[in-house]
Design a binder for this molecule. Sequence first.
Ligand code: RIB
Ligand code: CA
Length: 311
Amino acid sequence: MRRKIIIDTDPGQDDAVAILLALASDELELLGITCVAGNVPLSLTAKNARIVCELANRPEIRVFAGCNAPIKRKLVTAEHVHGKTGLDGITLPDPAMPLQDQHAVDFLIETLMREPSGTVTLCPIGPLTNIATAMQRAPEIISRIEQIVLMGGAYFEVGNITPTAEFNIYVDPEAAKIVFDSGAPLVVMPLDVTHKALTTRARVETFRAMPGKVGPAVASWTDFFERFDKEKYGSEGAPLHDPCTIAYLIKPELFSGREINVEIETGSELTLGMTVADWWRVTKRPANALFIGDIDAEGFFALLAERIARL
Ligand code: RIB
Ligand code: CA
């Protein structure tokens, strides 16, 4: 039985790799891709998601545009990381496949109300605006969500957009608070684990050497995408943040973490968007998330290479 998922995304090169991994994996049935403003504005994330589907020769995938700004704040984007297009690194043709007319939030609600309860997993890999808006508009969907496996937050690794906040949470902290307080089963892939999923020259060359267009595109994207992290962290390569969520669905044994309480800072301008993870359980606050701290990086890249080569 294939696992039904919806990817909510703001492509972004690492989002693109996550989408490709899902499309290459028969364990998963991708019901749709919902796009949100984040790395770049919504018009570009909705375009980029279709570019990725066509690169994988899957023009039948349904792509929906969602919220074009955070719930109550001005949009902050990350062209400094992903480039002006959001998919800098290689020029790919504009998409021919259509965007669905239905709003992404309506698609999320309709799908969760239609599919049997507990059979749809959400994989948010951008700001949580679409997910939170759906929960606010139709709270009855919360108990019907099988699991939310999201990329976002940081604890030991601290922030990548401010000293204390990770980008996806920082862009829409009110949305993140709604999702983290919702009671839906959460698996969180913070920078603590994604910064251990670093590309290396050898790994990138493995993608570049693959036959066809997909592997070389992944190599070109990571060549571009890794500049930011190499400059800032002096790391050898780029953290493939978003694919960690999809890899978890396919091979959860590659990851380890703790069921702990995670709260979102929405009041302080200084620490806005911080995921306050009670890793040492010093409070009595109830656990609301499986907070992932470690990854078998070799196993992760072996899975990624094996799957991408299928496309
Ligand atoms: O902080 C990393 C996250 O922000 C990733 O999802 C990346 O795509 C950007 O959205
Ligand atoms: Ca993303």
